[in-house]
Design a protein around this ligand. Structure first.
Ligand code: SF4
Length: 345
């Protein structure tokens, strides 16, 4: 892995120039004001002489072929492979980040690492490895927007699909710009209190909700994920509020993934999530009338299969990230012909 040698530095999209060589980044909802020779909160966008530059263009720190179910996206070409890429950096600083070595590297270690890979190369590798889509994942795709945008546009031209795995903090203009190429997103809704978002993530809940609504309004397929941390966001009221937001504002057909936490990074004092908490969260989602509620990170308790919302039969069976039975044809339940929501179903 090479240190950034300058080949990956490119003028940023979505910023405005201010007085005294300052700039305001307009890519995410932090809208950082950045002085000359300084970087924004994500640590990968730098003001040089009154111009904003991305420091991670074409510089993935990780790339893998993953099952799409790993994102998790359960209603997006089920059983397909996703060519998954990330650069270092994130606009959140979640105390429980599972990928903190790469997401927080620019902030914690003041380093930017990666291996140069042109957009053309990413798309060719996705094709050669039989992937149906490209996932912008592991860290936060918003902060490597310029790279994601170029890869996504090229991928689309070549018949591939694109999806984001994101914390939902992108501003309206960049999302509108990438919308023609972006087919799906798994968006974290990490809790339902401003206090939780401020303390644990360094962000604002109201802005996340605005961004999620925008994804929905633009017609991008979305699935929501909530990682449940005991003592932080596992209260009944908060979980009900999330389920209610999904039902009322995104629609019952929007899948909700509830997943278990294990102690990591700066949240080593919290306990692992007990299976009964995950089961209770799933019940809350189902009682709210959501069509598709899934669990992650707890082997052996089920909660990975898809049931037809119309006839109740199991239509997609999964073991871990593998689809073992598929009873959906052209977006319809094989048994009752009811609609099965998603992309490429
Ligand atoms: S993308 Fe980075 S620099 Fe831009 S507003 Fe967000 S955190 Fe700040």
């Amino acid at each position: 892995m090479a240190v950034n040698d300058g080949s990956s530095i490119k003028e940023a999209l979505f910023y405005e120039r201010l007085e005294e060589n300052q700039v305001r980044c307009l890519l995410c909802r932090h809208r950082c004001t950045i002085k000359d020779n300084k970087r924004g909160l994500c640590g990968v966008r730098e003001n040089r002489g009154g111009k904003l530059f991305t420091l991670v263009y074409g510089l993935p720190c990780a790339y893998h072929v993953d099952p799409i179910e790993k994102k998790p996206l359960f209603h997006f070409f089920p059983g397909s492979k996703a060519f998954s890429i990330a650069t270092v950096g994130c606009n959140f600083r979640c105390l429980n980040c599972q990928n903190y070595e790469i997401s927080q590297m620019p902030r914690d270690e003041k380093r930017i690492l990666g291996e140069y890979m042109a957009p053309e190369e990413v798309v060719s590798m996705a094709e050669k490895t039989g992937c149906r889509s490209i996932s912008y994942t592991y860290t936060e795709p918003t902060v490597f927007f310029e790279y994601a945008f170029d890869v996504a546009r090229l991928a689309k031209e070549r018949g591939l699909y694109n999806n984001f795995v994101t914390n939902g903090y992108i501003e309206e203009a960049p999302l509108m710009a990438i919308k023609p190429y972006l087919d799906g997103a798994n968006i974290d809704l990490k809790g339902f209190s401003e206090d939780f978002y401020r303390r644990v993530c360094g962000a604002e809940l109201s802005k996340v909700l605005e961004a999620i609504r925008l994804y929905k309004r633009l017609g991008i397929w979305i699935e929501i994920t909530t990682l449940i941390i005991p003592g932080y966001n596992d209260d009944e009221e908060g979980l009900k509020a999330i389920a209610s937001f999904i039902k009322d504002e995104l629609g019952r057909e929007t899948p909700w993934h509830v997943s278990a936490f294990y102690p990591t990074y700066r949240l080593l004092d919290a306990k692992r999530t007990a299976p009964q908490i995950i089961k209770r969260a799933m019940e809350i989602g189902k009682d709210m009338g959501l069509y598709y509620v899934y669990q992650g990170n707890v082997p052996g308790i089920g909660g990975e299969d898809t049931y037809c919302h119309n006839c109740g039969r199991a239509i997609i069976l999964r073991t871990g990230y593998t689809v073992t039975a598929y009873n959906v044809k052209e977006g319809r339940c094989f048994f009752c012909n009811g609609e099965v929501y998603g992309v490429g179903m």
